[in-house]
Write a protein that binds this ligand. Structure first.
Ligand code: BES
Ligand code: ZN
Length: 869
């Protein structure tokens, strides 16, 4: 073997944004030849390289067995290049260099699911973002090197499907029972977007004619039995293609678009040019086997990966520090798509709930970083809620501020300027600025510093002068690594309501303009400021940050009555929900009495159920124990939070007792015309069931059991199963066994079976041992690990007791087998330092003890950061 022993002692493996340098060589074209065998894969590559700056010719490569290398037709001897575990360097290379290499790789033993790997006995797939391509062949594997790819794929005929990016230009026999295909991708792309697939799969076909008249063949590849579950994804794909034409003027640019489903995938899905690879959980959707939430997720992930074709692929990132350029923008785009798909308010509620439950805690703890980080050890650790969700919020703020038309002028300018390029966040903001005519430069501050700003606001009404004054102040918690925190631009969407009638006040437009309030949005961009509304004839109720117009923690001294008022009268559905959430935060975290909230629910719910069942189902949201815990920075006692939350749920159940049963019996999803409202009705029915069951009502168990038996819909079936299992109903055991029998051959449904049991509030170490020892538990399949670990994590009391060992053991095991997933799962323990003693010290000791036992950059970096508080 030609892999050099690792002589390098990596003192500091940190990479810094400030050290960015252009590559010394570009690649005009690459010809790849991938020949798969049972025990190895041979990869031959021919790179036409050209110098663009001084320096060595550097090819990155990891775990590659080098068989030969030639430059401009001459084979190099070992003295003519240097090779270590990360790269191959040719000093003094000619300015025009055709590099030919032959390497052997081992996808059949690749458990890290990065590079080319065997996903099952009859499927090879690739995952190359961010740095997987270097595990396939030697290459300048960085996103600012764009090239034209021609790919030959060869394998045994037991794998009938041979795919790569672009157009199929040749296919034929390769002898000895083997065959091959050749694909050419006409658009230049970085190596992270390369994909190839070798397997035995069935396909669903369709087509779409673009606004430019291009007839695009659409294909979704999956196991034969799963093909009927591809319909929703296929329709979502066509819908996405049309949506991007209508909203961003972007049409698809190739004659085919392929999606391949695999159950062995670290992430949700990947946007490889013309050949997306998807986790089955993000492409297969079917009422019978997957939940409504999963169906919504499939549609949004399909849209997300499709939208990357322009925001990510045609225009890509200069370097991985710019990740939020493509991810933040594409998440904002997929969120907007989903807002059009269901109700805009409910989509916003769900997106903000994710932001607050994941990004806010991340940003207030040891893993906090700017949306555009300035250093990293392992880039895989930076596919975070901050890069994605906060990144999306920054784009949303700019779009809110500009309004639809100007934002479109800005994005048009971005596509015009940068098509075919690898660019930075600065380029994006500059293009938006130029296209819209509005200077957005100050939004760069958001990209460059960490932390969730606190927005303090105060309101004062002066009846004598009929003026209402609002003052604002912003601040950020000091951060040791970022001493120069600056004020950020905060768009504050607001409205005033008549406290007596509930009507929204129309405000004098000229006065608004003087105040800098335009279209109901005030841009607050200093440390402190004050605005004044005149001609306000009655004492108003102000609604701030409508639709969550900025990712900040709002601190406004609402009275509980004002919040109850907003629950009932605010016309922005998001702020209606937010008012309820703020009341609940006060009840659960600040010991407020619940009466006002209960009364407000009684005033709001009956009407809302009729008008908008989907929104009504969200109004019942009670913040999770995990979210509540994340709002506590010290002396956190999970059991205390659990107790308070349970007490409130019981109170709610008692107050809504008879209402629940009536509503349950009346609600019928089949009377709804739209899927989204039917989904709302199903959610409501499950809420009603669980409230009835909370009081130990045996009739509730019978109803749940009936619902379970009679339905063909997974949301109904699972909702009922949950109620039975979590309340230890007499029917629980039998129903779990029935579920297993029905769905044991359906991996995604079986994931739910594992999840329900792991998420039992009274799960114990024994429950966990039973599940992880089950014959269907598989440490090689991330989805299965996540179903159990995610279920467990639904109850912080369990996470912080027997769960600690579970997560530590997983991190230890996955450190070598699959460090990407290991590093992510370990983050379940990242808020250890907020725990009350003695738990705090106990978990800390466990984490310290793990340190010398892990080797991967992924897990070590995460662990080091976690302990650095
Ligand atoms: N480009 C990512 C996939 C990816 C993530 C590859 C991390 C390598 C490392 C893809 O576009 C993506 O963002 N997928 C998300 C789902 C999306 C809807 C936010 C995912 O996989 O979770
Ligand atoms: Zn993405």
């Amino acid at each position: 073997m030609n892999i050099a022993a690792n002589p390098v002692v990596e003192a500091d493996q940190t990479v810094y944004l400030k050290d960015y340098q252009k590559p010394s060589f570009l690649v005009d074209s690459i010809e790849l030849d991938i020949q798969a065998f049972d025990d190895r894969t041979q990869v031959n590559a021919k790179l036409a390289m050209q110098r663009q700056a001084a320096g060595d010719l550097i090819l990155l490569g990891r775990d590659l067995e080098l068989k030969s290398i030639a430059v401009n037709g001459r084979v190099l001897s070992e003295t003519e290049y240097s090779l270590d575990t990360e790269q191959l360097v040719i000093a003094n290379a000619p300015d025009q260099a055709v590099i030919e290499t032959q390497v052997i790789i081992h996808p059949e033993s690749n458990t890290q699911l990065e590079g080319l790997y065997k996903a099952s006995s009859d499927l090879f797939v690739t995952q190359n973002e961010p740095e997987g391509f270097r595990k396939i062949t030697f290459y300048p594997d960085r996103p600012d090197v764009l090239s034209v790819f021609t790919t030959r794929v060869e394998a045994d005929k037991k794998f009938p499907v041979l795919l790569a990016n672009g157009n199929l230009i040749e296919a034929g026999e390769a002898g000895e029972g083997r065959h091959y295909t050749v694909w050419q991708d006409p658009t230049k792309k970085p190596s992270y977007l390369f994909a190839c697939v070798i397997g035995d799969l069935a396909v669903m076909k369709d087509h779409y004619v673009t606004s430019e008249g291009r007839n695009v063949a659409l294909e979704i590849y999956a196991e034969e039995k799963d093909i009927p579950k591809c319909r929703i994804a296929m329709d979502a794909l066509k819908h996405s293609m049309q949506w991007d034409e209508e909203h961003y003027g972007r049409a698809y640019d190739l004659d085919n678009y392929m999606i391949v489903a695999t159950s062995a995938f670290n992430m949700g899905a990947m946007e490889n040019k013309g050949l997306n690879i998807f986790n089955t959980s993000c492409v297969l959707a079917d009422e019978e086997y997957t939940t409504d939430a999963a169906i919504m997720r499939v549609q949004s992930v399909i849209a997300h990966e499709y939208f990357h074709n322009w925001t990510g692929n045609r225009i890509t990132c200069r370097d991985w520090f710019q990740l939020c350029l493509k991810e933040g923008l594409t998440v904002f785009r997929d969120q907007s798509f989903s807002e059009d798909l269901q109700s805009a308010a409910v989509q916003r509620i769900d997106d903000v709930a994710v932001l607050k439950a994941h990004q806010f805690p991340e940003d207030s703890g040891p893993l906090s970083h700017p949306p555009r980080p300035d250093h990293f050890v392992e880039i895989n650790n930076f596919y975070t809620a901050t890069v994605y969700e906060k990144g999306a919020e920054i784009n949303r703020m700019m779009s809110t501020l500009l309004g639809k038309e100007k934002f479109r002028l800005g994005t048009d300018e971005y596509f015009k300027r940068h098509d075919g390029q690898a660019v930075t966040v600065e380029d994006w903001v500059a293009a938006l600025t130029a296209g819209s005519g509005v200077n957005l430069a100050s939004f760069l501050i958001w990209y460059n510093q960490p932390g969730t700003p606190k927005l303090e606001a105060q309101g004062e009404y002066d009846a004598a002068t009929q003026t209402y004054r609002l003052s604002f102040k912003q601040s950020l918690k000091a951060h040791p690594k970022y001493p120069n925190l600056k004020a950020v631009p905060i768009p504050v969407a607001l409205a005033l309501f008549n406290a007596e009638t509930g009507e929204q006040l129309t405000l004098n437009a000229a006065a608004l303009f003087e105040n800098g309030v335009k279209d109901g949005v005030y841009l607050f961009d200093q440390d402190q400021a004050e605005i004044e509304f005149t001609g306000v004839t009655v004492k108003p109720v102000v609604s701030l940050l409508r639709n969550f117009s900025a990712p900040v923690n709002l601190d406004f001294n609402y009275s509980d009555d004002e919040l109850a008022f907003l629950m009932q009268y605010e016309t922005n559905g998001f702020n209606q929900w937010q008012a309820a959430q703020t009341l609940l935060d006060r009840i659960l975290l600040n010991d407020h009495a619940a009466e006002i909230y209960i009364q407000a629910m009684k005033n709001t719910v009956p009407d809302l159920i009729q008008k908008d069942p989907l929104l009504a189902s969200r109004i019942f949201d009670v913040p999770s124990e995990g979210y509540l815990g994340s709002r506590i920075d010290e002396n956190y006692n999970p059991a205390e939070i659990q107790e308070k939350r349970n007490a409130l749920l019981e109170l709610l159940a008692r107050e809504f007792g008879s209402f629940c049963k009536e509503a349950y019996l009346e609600l019928d999803p089949d009377t709804q015309k739209e899927f989204s409202q039917a989904m709302g009705v199903r959610a409501l029915k499950n809420i009603m069931l669980s409230m009835m069951a909370r009081l130990g009502d045996t009739e509730a168990f019978d109803l749940a059991h009936q619902q379970y038996q009679l339905t063909g819909n997974m949301s109904e079936r699972l909702g009922a199963l949950r109620v039975l299992v979590w309340n230890d109903a007499p029917q629980a055991k039998e129903t779990l066994a029935d579920f297993y029998d029905r769905f044991k051959d359906e991996a995604l449904s079986l994931d739910q079976w594992f999840m329900v049991q792991a998420a039992h509030p009274k799960a114990t170490a024994a429950t966990l041992a039973y599940l992880t020892a089950h014959a269907d538990y598989d440490l090689g399949v991330p989805n299965r690990i996540r179903s159990v670990s995610g279920g467990l994590n639904a109850n912080p009391v369990n996470t912080w007791s027997f769960g600690v060992q579970h997560f530590i053991n997983l991190a230890k095991y996955l450190d070598e087998k699959n460090p990407i997933v290991g590093s992510r799962l370990l983050q379940a323990l990242s808020r250890w330092y907020t725990l009350a003693e003695p738990q705090r010290s106990a978990v800390k000791a466990e984490l310290e003890a793990l340190k010398p036992q892990v080797k991967s950059k992924n897990v070590s970096e995460t662990l080091n950061s976690m302990l650095n508080v």
